[in-house]
Design a binder for this molecule. Structure first.
Ligand SMILES: Cc1cc2nc3c(=O)[nH]c(=O)nc-3n(C[C@H](O)[C@H](O)[C@H](O)COP(=O)(O)OP(=O)(O)OC[C@H]3O[C@@H](n4cnc5c(N)ncnc54)[C@H](O)[C@@H]3O)c2cc1C
Length: 381
């Protein structure tokens, strides 16, 4: 497949691939083991343009297109799924919606520091009772004479531990159905914003995931992104890009699993020969490689569509659904190829197996992606 990348995109990706190989991959096991947010690596990533991949250079970004962004995320995820999701949450869920929906004043205030990595962004949609049913927001934003006052609790906020700005969703009318939702830019030091302890998780450990409490947090009217009642539209638009990027993250994890399986199959000998000679092992490798390749086609197709179309709901959901399930199968089969060597705590295959799993859950589960795909095809959306 000829991606027809520009020389600038190729040079950008060469830098990203070098960074992934030389700096991220050697740190991946320790990020997983300590579950500590890799602040220094994120700063280095920013110096390569990875904190504003699709943000125009005028705002300090790398000015790349979505295909290049997807390829960059894949390269980073191949080295560390955690570093990849930190970048994805920041780029797709905070910087990109500010570029898309921000006023000139909001872009001036937030985009430059986000795109250059001076600021880290986080996105807070999920609540205890608003998971797949994201519109069911219980966090409330009450309008008074000087702006909005936010009250509520957000859970599973990636980058939340270190974020300088949180894009938080809240219902602007406290009624149960048809409530209008706003998207609010909440600065780190806003009085009343508190962070819970870092959440422990099976995989992507070190992404600084926390719960956030908003207690009478004041946001002036210029902190409302996209206008009154547009919050869900802002969030859904951002999630389309994020799903493509998470498909790319899944591709990176799946490709790394294939690398592990190949290396082990070639060197591990049983019954007097490399296990790569056994057809059972060959078939697992064939399945992994084929599923990953199919996922790559869907992911690049969705990324290309994102560059050309205003909305990519169907393409993004198909890519995310298939790539996440392909990554899960790849990591599972790679572990099987490695046998006990892959099951050992600290083995790369074991980490990939844990990291792959969450791509079927965030942002939006596989069941939600199937609902979106079916409803779109059936003309119900
Ligand atoms: C590591 C991690 C990082 C995250 N980062 C963020 C973040 O930065 N910001 C943020 O806002 N959120 C974040 N999330 C939350 C994530 O987006 C949600 O977990 C996800 O949307 C699913 O919601 P839920 O976990 O509440 O599952 P639920 O909605 O409770 O679903 C539980 C099960 O029911 C199924 N289900 C639900 N509704 C239906 C239906 N109508 N039909 C069929 N099946 C259904 C689901 O598919 C799932 O299998 C993160 C989650 C994780 C694990």
């Amino acid at each position: 497949m000829d991606l027809d990348l520009t020389p600038e995109a190729r040079a950008f990706l060469d830098g990203v691939e070098r960074f992934a190989r030389d700096r991220v991959a050697p740190a991946a096991a320790s990020i997983d083991e300590t579950a500590a947010f890799p602040r220094a690596l994120v700063t280095e990533a920013a110096s390569l343009g990875l904190m504003g991949v699709t943000i125009p250079e005028a705002y300090g970004g790398a000015g790349q297109d979505y295909v290049t962004y997807a390829l960059a995320v894949e390269a980073i995820a191949r080295a560390s799924a955690t570093v990849a999701v930190i970048l994805v949450a920041h780029n797709s869920l905070v910087a990109e919606p500010i570029l898309q929906f921000g006023t000139e004043a909001q872009r001036d205030a937030w985009l430059q520091p986000l795109a250059t990595g001076a600021f880290v962004g986080a996105f807070a949609l999920t609540e205890e009772s608003a998971g797949s049913d994201a519109a069911h927001q219980k966090t409330v934003a009450r309008l008074d004479a000087t702006g909005y006052v936010l009250n509520g609790r957000k859970i599973w906020v990636s980058n939340g531990e270190v974020a300088d700005v949180v894009l938080a969703l809240a219902a602007t009318q406290p009624v149960s159905d048809g409530r209008a939702i706003g998207a609010f830019l909440v600065p780190r030091d806003a009085p009343g914003l508190t962070r819970g302890p870092v959440l422990d998780s099976l995989g992507v450990r070190g992404l600084g995931c926390v719960d956030l409490t908003l207690a009478d947090v004041r946001v002036d009217a210029d902190g409302l992104l996209g206008g009154p009642g547009q919050g869900l539209h802002v969030a859904m638009w951002a999630l389309e890009g994020c799903r493509i990027a998470i498909a790319a993250q899944a591709l990176g994890i799946g490709s790394a699993a294939l690398d592990e399986a190949l290396a082990h199959a070639r060197t591990r000998k049983q019954f007097g020969q490399p296990i790569a000679n056994f057809q059972a092992i060959q078939f697992m490798i064939a399945d992994i490689a084929t599923e990953i390749e199919a996922a790559r086609m869907l992911t690049l197709k969705a990324a290309d569509a994102k560059t050309r179309q205003p909305r990519v709901l169907l393409e993004a959901s198909m890519a995310k659904l298939h790539a996440s399930e392909a990554a899960h199968h790849a990591a599972d089969k790679a572990l099987q190829v490695l046998g006990a060597a892959g099951y050992k705590r600290g083995a790369t295959a074991e980490r990939l197996f844990r990291d792959a799993r969450v791509t079927e859950i965030y942002p939006g589960t596989s069941e939600v992606q199937r609902m979106v795909i079916a409803e779109t095809i059936l003309g119900k959306r």
